[in-house]
Design a protein around this ligand. Structure first.
Ligand SMILES: NC(=O)c1ccc[n+]([C@@H]2O[C@H](COP(=O)([O-])OP(=O)(O)OC[C@H]3O[C@@H](n4cnc5c(N)ncnc54)[C@H](OP(=O)(O)O)[C@@H]3O)[C@@H](O)[C@H]2O)c1
Length: 215
């Protein structure tokens, strides 16, 4: 039986098919969206995952997933962000779930910009929204509550400079069963990076706002 859609079915590309990408892809498909997922090694390595994700899922190259998606989630190690296919993602709303971990990603010259602002500079013709980055994949998998009210759900944060793109991501966060909390611009996304008081914390939206000092 098809799920009851909270938002119309959209085509979602997912670049990065690891813990967070595969988990989010499953939730998007379960919410009734068409999903096309990619990794670095090629779609032929994703046969088992696509079978697990069900009939709304397929595999492609990163550029193919990028062209497919009305919305694209990037969930790759930050050190590889320059490999995101900027041409294929032009004009697209891109959800950036990546985080900067120095031990994994090495030294990076930020030049006063946040991690996601660097991703956005690479994807200069995309509308980048930082989200799905604060919650470990197991919690994302196990604690979605699409049938609960917003107040009873766990907060999932959204930061971005394009209001329309941010509204699209807010709808997707709601569709998969979390409570969207808008933290402001991409620069404000600093508040939801590793080390923030809400990072990897299971909080209600009210508790999250209080901890961040936002209305
Ligand atoms: N794990 C979490 O709970 C969690 C939560 C929130 C945010 N994050 C962030 O999300 C990102 C992914 O984390 P993860 O734990 O899901 O990593 P992961 O399990 O190691 O998976 C990484 C995925 O990215 C793919 N990839 C790497 N380089 C790529 C490229 N150039 N083009 C396309 N795909 C590429 C890998 O494909 P191959 O295997 O083919 O190389 C793999 O499918 C990281 O930035 C992480 O900090 C993670």
């Amino acid at each position: 039986m098809s799920p009851t859609l909270l938002v119309p079915s959209v085509r979602i590309g997912v670049v990065g098919a690891g813990r967070i990408g595969a988990t989010a892809a499953g939730q998007f498909a379960d919410a009734g969206h068409e999903v096309r997922i990619a990794n670095s090694r090629g779609p032929e390595t994703l046969t088992d995952l696509v079978a697990d994700l069900g009939p709304r899922a397929s595999a492609d190259t990163p550029a193919g997933a990028g062209r497919f998606g009305d919305v694209v989630l990037e969930a790759i190690p930050f050190a590889a962000y320059r490999e995101l296919p900027a041409d294929a993602l032009a004009g697209t709303t891109v959800i950036s779930a990546s985080n900067y971990w120095p031990d994994r990603d090495g030294d990076v010259e930020f030049g006063g910009r946040t991690q996601t602002e660097l991703v956005a500079a690479h994807l200069a013709d995309s509308r980048v929204v930082k989200s799905f980055n604060t919650m470990r994949w197991e919690r994302l998998r196990d604690e979605a509550r699409p049938d609960a009210s917003r107040d009873e759900r766990l907060a999932l944060y959204v930061a971005g400079d394009d209001p329309e793109a941010k509204a699209t991501v807010v709808d997707l966060v709601e569709a998969v069963g979390f409570a969207p909390v808008d933290v402001g611009s991409l620069a404000d996304g600093e508040q939801i990076q590793p080390g923030s008081p809400v990072f990897n914390e299971p909080l209600s939206p009210a508790a999250a706002r209080a901890r961040l000092g936002i209305d």
